[in-house]
Design a protein around this ligand. Structure first.
Ligand code: S3P
Length: 448
């Protein structure tokens, strides 16, 4: 995405927040629907796709690789080229702000015998790519990037790939998925071993598309085995709503006096639902209503009510992967709780769209909150309900989740909070502002 001039936005003390919040489709599942749809033979139809910039950039990339993608009303229709059928793009693939997009695409194309050059925005160009190109080298792909494995980067795909066996050194669904997607066009069995379980949407969807893929727990961790050269069959996919987007209206309701918000149809895959468990452990009035199963994924309606009695806790580090994108907004809830919230085992937060520990710690401190942090941990001292002072402008560093977290903080702070740029919110939650306004939140756009 080429991001225009910064658009500051201010959130004021608001509320109560009430009503229903229909958040957009799941970002992770949306990316995978487009990529796997493009690698199947025939027509895949997707409803509920997140039409955020990250996903649109992945869609453009799949078109550049030869797939046909069009919109038919609410349905996205993808005509795929089949496993091994991706074509050499004529131009650089620009993944905008999306780490998921670029890393999954690198995997999918790495076992095709042509070169692809990838780039992205200023945030993505700072993020580590060797974590993906190292395992892709095992298939025979060769990467030429900037120093420290940064974008722009050209990957010369393997014309005659061999399958790989790879134990991921960090808990990352992006690395796992890149390897599995590369394995599709390699002969024999590709194996990924992860010490801690990460989101398993790729495995579920590959199985749904007809690939032979098995997961088993071993002493080394979770071992996933994919048999190469499947014929992927086109699917009809209903994308569930995104728990990572639901986190914002849920957390805003928990900290804003008088609130009672229903967030319907949220995917509660256990590899994604860690935040909601953590909030309940803190004493949040958060309930799952109408729990059911849809398209192989657990789904429920979330009801969040103002919770003035939340306590700080030590978040179990084993839960980190299942809530990795939710720590920024959790830290806002923690600031409104009583006592200290301790978050350990979260070094990955330092290499997301920005250094999320640093961005949140700096912004929270500017709003009067005490935060301590180290390489892979941070702690937030709660100031009790409504205790954030606010009255500050915070930098979001091209990171949608930092922007939304501080805007939610502003609804319950003593003085307004301004984010220096609300533009990045469009990557994952383009309707964030009107959705929150419908619930009763108050914003004011600032002159740039
Ligand atoms: C994602 C995986 C996570 C997450 C990202 C989406 C995915 O990254 O932070 O927003 O769709 O696979 P890591 O797997 O690298 O932790």
């Amino acid at each position: 995405m080429s991001h225009g001039p910064a658009t500051p936005l201010t959130a004021h003390a608001s509320g109560p927040l009430t009503g229903e919040a229909h958040v957009p489709g799941d970002k992770s599942i949306s990316h995978r629907s487009l990529i796997l749809g493009a690698m199947a033979v025939g027509e895949t139809r997707v409803t509920g796709l997140l039409e955020g910039q990250d996903v649109l950039d992945t869609g453009k990339a799949m078109q550049a690789f030869g797939a046909t993608i069009r919109q038919d009303g609410d349905t996205w229709v993808i005509n795929g080229v089949g496993v091994g059928g991706l074509m050499e793009p004529e131009d650089v693939i620009d993944c905008g702000n999306s780490g998921t997009g670029v890393r999954l695409l690198m995997g999918a194309a790495a076992t095709h015998g042509f070169a692809v050059t990838y780039t992205g925005d200023a945030s993505l160009r700072k993020r580590p790519m060797a974590r993906v190109t190292d395992p892709l080298a095992l298939f025979g792909a060769v990467a030429h990037g900037r120093s420290k494995g940064r974008l722009p980067m050209t990957i010369v795909g393997a014309a005659d790939p061999v399958p790989a066996r790879y134990a991921t050194p960090v808990a990352s669904a992006q690395i796992k998925s890149a390897v599995l997607l590369a394995g599709l066009n390699a002969p024999g069995e590709t194996v990924v071993i992860e010490r801690e379980a990460t989101r398993d949407h790729s495995e579920r969807m590959l199985r749904g598309f007809g690939a032979e893929i098995e997961t088993r727990d071993t002493s080394e961790g979770r071992e996933i085995t994919l048999v190469g050269h499947p014929e992927l069959k086109p699917q009809v996919i209903a994308v569930p709503r995104d728990p990572s987007s639901a986190a914002f209206p849920v957390c805003a309701a928990l900290i804003t006096p008088g609130s009672d918000v229903l967030v319907p149809n949220i995917g509660l895959n256990p590899t994604r639902a860690g935040l909601f468990e953590t909030l309940r452990d803190m004493g949040a009035d958060l309930t799952y209503e109408n729990a059911r199963e849809e398209g192989g994924e657990p789904v429920a309606d979330l009801r969040a009510r103002f919770s003035p009695d939340m306590r700080g806790i030590e978040v179990p580090p084993a839960r980190a992967a299942s809530m990795i994108d939710e720590y920024p907004v959790l830290s806002v809830v923690a600031a409104n709780a009583t006592g200290t919230t301790i978050m350990r085992g979260v070094a990955e937060l330092r290499v997301k769209e920005c250094d999320r520990i640093d961005a949140m710690a700096t912004g929270l401190r500017a709003c009067g909150v005490t935060v301590r942090d180290g390489d892979d941990w941070w702690e937030v001292d709660g100031r009790g309900p409504g205790g954030i002072e606010g009255g500050a402008t915070v930098a979001v560093h091209l990171d949608h989740r930092i922007a939304m977290s501080f805007l939610c903080a502003g609804f319950a702070a003593k003085r307004a909070i301004t984010v220096d740029d609300a533009g990045p919110i469009a990557t994952s939650f383009p309707i964030f502002r009107p959705l929150m306004e419908d619930l009763g939140a108050e914003f004011r756009a600032e002159d740039a």
